[in-house]
Design a protein around this ligand. Structure first.
Ligand code: ADE
Length: 265
């Protein structure tokens, strides 16, 4: 029995165990780019919700629908209202994660998107990785303990059965707000032991961890960061074909999740 002082902790643990033992029902999929999101929207025949759950004026878009036994919500942070490009990066990712959890109380979050891969860690173009851990590589604070806060390493929800059955690669994800990689970023990414690099994952992980929502990260490789080609060029060249791979992986993951409890993943 838990000591009296830990009553709320024991209650929380009991609630987690109840949640882990009933089938997953509401899923929130967070995808930063429209090009990555629309194939998933079409695959699950989701529809755009005009009466947004989100504050008036924000560009965030929610698509939703039922697929098998799941209520799927796909959240795309939308286009920047001034520049008209996708609202990529950690700020929009954390805001939509927070707002989606508050509005929808999902059983599970899936953050899906493209990423740069490191060939030194075995990544190739078109590979799909499930992130085991997420951390930041551009929050350098060289003061004891603040340094660890800056890195913000968090474990993703463990999905041993899912990665085995779907034969997906598993690796650590490093997140920053730049597509390119400075020498400073590179040494932090190496310290993070990352196989893939993106612009949202660790931010989604931070918010999901704050609000105790299990989260998995599906990242498809569009460019090889430690390769010879310029990143932006390689990313744009491969975006369409890798998006198709990502969309297939998301479908396989959703099919695997359907009818299962969190503890079965
Ligand atoms: N998304 C796709 N490629 C990326 C890269 N090299 N860095 C960050 N995010 C990415």
């Amino acid at each position: 029995m838990a000591p009296l002082g830990n009553k709320s902790e024991a209650y929380e643990e009991a609630m987690v165990s109840v949640t882990e033992k009933r089938p997953i029902s509401t899923v929130v999929i967070i995808i930063a780019m429209q090009a990555e999101a629309l194939p998933v929207v079409n695959k699950f025949q989701l529809t755009e919700e005009p009466n947004s759950l989100f504050p008036e004026g924000v560009p965030w878009i929610r698509y939703h629908g039922t697929y098998k036994d799941l209520y799927i919500n796909l959240i795309w942070p939308g286009k920047d209202s001034v520049l008209g490009v996708d609202s990529i990066g950690t700020i929009s990712a954390s805001l939509v994660t927070y707002a989606s959890i508050q509005a929808l109380h999902p059983d599970l979050i899936i953050n899906a998107g493209t990423a740069g891969g490191f060939k030194a860690k075995g990544a190739s173009i078109g590979d799909v990785f499930i992130a085991s851990d997420c951390a930041f590589h551009d929050r350098r604070i060289p003061i004891p303990v603040f340094d660890l806060y800056g890195v913000g390493m968090r474990k993703a929800f463990e999905t041993i059965n899912l990665v085995q059955e779907l034969h997906l690669k598993v690796g650590k994800l490093s997140t920053g707000d730049s597509l390119d990689m400075t020498p400073h970023d590179e040494s932090s990414i190496t310290a993070n032991d990352a196989s893939v690099k993106d612009m949202e994952g660790a931010a989604v992980a931070y918010v999901a961890d704050l609000l105790k929502v299990p989260t998995i990260f599906i990242k498809a490789v569009t460019d090889i960061v430690d390769g010879a080609k310029p990143t932006a060029e390689e990313f744009l060249q491969n975006l369409a074909s890798v998006t198709a791979v990502l969309d297939q992986a998301v479908e396989q993951v959703i099919d695997f999740i359907n009818g299962k409890c969190l503890s079965e993943l």
